[in-house]
Design a protein around this ligand. Structure first.
Ligand SMILES: NC(=O)c1ccc[n+]([C@@H]2O[C@H](COP(=O)([O-])OP(=O)(O)OC[C@H]3O[C@@H](n4cnc5c(N)ncnc54)[C@H](OP(=O)(O)O)[C@@H]3O)[C@@H](O)[C@H]2O)c1
Length: 338
């Protein structure tokens, strides 16, 4: 059985999607190990619950995440498989030691990345395709133009952007229709409100928000003494270090009081807050287990009125987090922060 979830539309040209999307990254990379069977079961549970948007990147586990999604879709009932929309990021260059060597947005590279993704996913098209970070050596017009050619040939349905600033959004939108901008947005990452969100709204582009739980930091499940596996992004993320972590978890405690009053969990309040930002904002939740997914979906049942929103913003004012959202070297790749 498939449940119908609330839906939202990805911009003026994009598809209708479930109001919450499932981000699959953590099933392959960046948060320590994940259980493969549980990952597949989580994707199946999401589809069954009516989630239609699955987000991945070809570099999440160097193809592992796309192969996992392909496997899950093949094993899913046809009705669930047919309703799934896959959003893929490309462009990051990896090495066998799991290192990162920059980004490649040349048109020939775009076509090459897409050809491999289609094979790994086992599909004949990608629903939304985007470069993960702008390649500083390739004008965005060339990268987006190459994706537009893939749209014309039927290999891609819609064009997205990731972590770009207002000027790049305008240049991309002048090149081809853009469905959505994928960017970090949460109670403690509100930088997009100044210039980026007004720009996407002006241009009819949706926001697919990631890090709505700040990678677990504001989920209510993260503790001071959590041991992180080697390779876990949170071991190097400034917000999870020493005094910053202590300060940020104090913000979570303030949020917990509000959650208790609302009869919801901290994660649900954090996700519901992002949902409350507007019909053009679609949170991607990084659940990699069915229990976390069920909790995240519960956020759709949480209604926040003006008094709730004021209490939440009082508990976690804009700019309250300690530490940047990425280490310095990764901040440098963010067109959205320039
Ligand atoms: N465009 C980009 O640059 C970019 C960057 C990063 C991610 N993304 C996409 O956005 C997706 C979501 O990002 P994210 O995973 O970093 O963000 P997130 O949803 O803020 O964090 C996910 C982490 O929060 C913890 N968590 C605790 N309770 C949860 C709950 N109820 N539901 C979900 N997670 C819960 C989980 O960690 P534990 O399991 O360890 O508790 C999980 O690994 C990714 O999967 C990826 O597809 C895009």
């Amino acid at each position: 059985m498939t449940t119908t979830l609330q839906t939202r539309t990805l911009g003026s040209t994009g598809p209708q999607v479930s109001a919450l999307g499932l981000g699959c990254m953590g099933m392959s990379a960046l948060y320590g190990g994940a259980d493969r069977a549980e990952s597949v079961a989580t994707i199946h549970a999401a589809l069954e619950a009516g989630v239609t948007l699955l987000d991945t990147g070809d570099f999440y586990g160097m193809g592992h995440n796309e192969l996992l999604i392909g496997e899950a879709l093949r094993a899913a009932p046809a009705a669930h498989r047919e309703q799934a929309l896959i959003s893929v990021k490309f462009g990051a260059l990896r090495d066998p030691d799991e290192g990162w060597s920059g980004y490649d947005g040349r048109p020939a590279a775009v076509r090459n990345f897409a050809a491999y993704s289609l094979q790994r996913l086992g599909t004949d098209h990608i629903d939304v395709y985007r470069i993960a970070r702008v390649d500083p050596d390739v004008p965005i017009e060339e990268t987006v133009g190459a994706i537009a050619e893939l749209v014309a040939k039927g290999y891609v349905r819609h064009i997205g952007l990731s972590e770009v600033g207002a000027e790049t959004i305008r240049r991309a939108a002048a090149t081809a229709p853009i469905a959505d901008l994928q960017i970090e947005y949460s109670l403690i990452s509100r930088g997009i409100e100044r210039e980026i969100l007004p720009t996407t709204r002006e241009l009819g582009i949706a926001v697919t928000a990631y890090g709505v739980l700040s990678r677990g930091l504001i989920s209510g499940h993260f503790a001071h003494d959590r041991q992180l596996a080697p390779g876990d992004f949170r071991a190097v993320s400034p917000r999870f270090q020493g005094e910053n972590l202590r300060h940020n978890l104090d913000l979570v405690d303030a949020l917990r009081k509000i959650a208790e009053q609302k009869g919801a969990s901290v994660a649900q309040i954090a996700i519901a807050w992002v949902l409350s930002r507007g019909e053009d904002v679609v949170p991607l939740v990084g659940a990699r287990r069915r229990d976390r997914l069920a909790e995240a979906l519960g956020a759709l049942e949480v209604t926040l009125d003006a008094a709730d929103l004021a209490a939440i913003e009082d508990a976690v004012p804009a700019g309250a987090a300690a530490g940047e959202r990425y280490p310095a070297a990764q901040m440098a790749h963010l067109d959205s922060e320039h």
